[in-house]
Design a protein around this ligand. Structure first.
Ligand SMILES: Nc1ncnc2c1ncn2[C@@H]1O[C@H](COP(=O)(O)OP(=O)(O)O)[C@@H](O)[C@H]1O
Ligand SMILES: [Mg+2]
Length: 163
């Protein structure tokens, strides 16, 4: 067997021309997510991080209004027995804020975590399974760069590339 062919790429890129494309991508991504995974979302304000997480949460079965967690920092959802944590660390200034809020217990368990602005948490966060970076393109769309940080992350991204 050719090892190179069987090993999924560590990093890949896709252009999402509109929100509908983000939603279609999110459907495929969500299908490969497993409990306990940590997904980081990087990119400037307005890059489309919340739009993407909202689409993933929807694909995972979240119903009703899905708000941006920018003000509360965390929005929690529960689908069947799975906890989904959507963080936005934009307003975070120090690690002690994260500790004091009790966020540590959301990570490393069976919950599925999405974190916008992970840069604000620096070393405080555990290693990510998948890092997604969004950038605006010359047109209306977004360029999405996907990076796997673990075997689970690789398997998840591999599913998308062959779907
Ligand atoms: N793939 C896309 N193509 C075009 N516009 C997009 C795309 N994804 C998101 N947007 C638009 O970008 C704007 C900002 O998105 P948002 O998800 O709030 O950004 P962020 O959370 O990164 O600050 C929204 O108006 C949204 O409709
Ligand atoms: Mg946002």
């Amino acid at each position: 067997m050719n090892v190179q062919e069987s090993t999924p790429p560590l990093q890949s890129e896709v252009v999402l021309p509109d929100v509908a494309a983000t939603e279609a991508w999110a459907q495929r991504f969500a299908a490969g997510l497993k409990p306990g995974m940590l997904v980081l979302l990087k990119g400037e304000l307005g890059a489309g991080k919340t739009t993407l997480v909202r689409a993933v949460l929807r694909a995972l079965g979240v119903e009703g209004n899905i708000k941006s967690p920018t003000y509360p920092v965390l929005e929690t959802y529960n689908v069947s027995s799975l906890y989904l944590y959507h963080f936005d660390f934009y307003r975070i200034k120090s690690h002690s804020e994260l500790e004091d809020a009790g966020f540590r217990e959301c990570f490393g368990g069976s919950g599925l975590c999405f974190v916008e602005w992970p840069e604000k948490a620096g070393e405080w966060l555990p290693a990510a399974d998948v890092t997604l970076e969004l950038r605006t393109t010359e047109g209306e769309g977004r360029k999405l760069t996907m990076t796997a940080g673990s075997l689970l992350g690789r398997q998840c991204l591999e599913r998308i590339s062959i779907a």
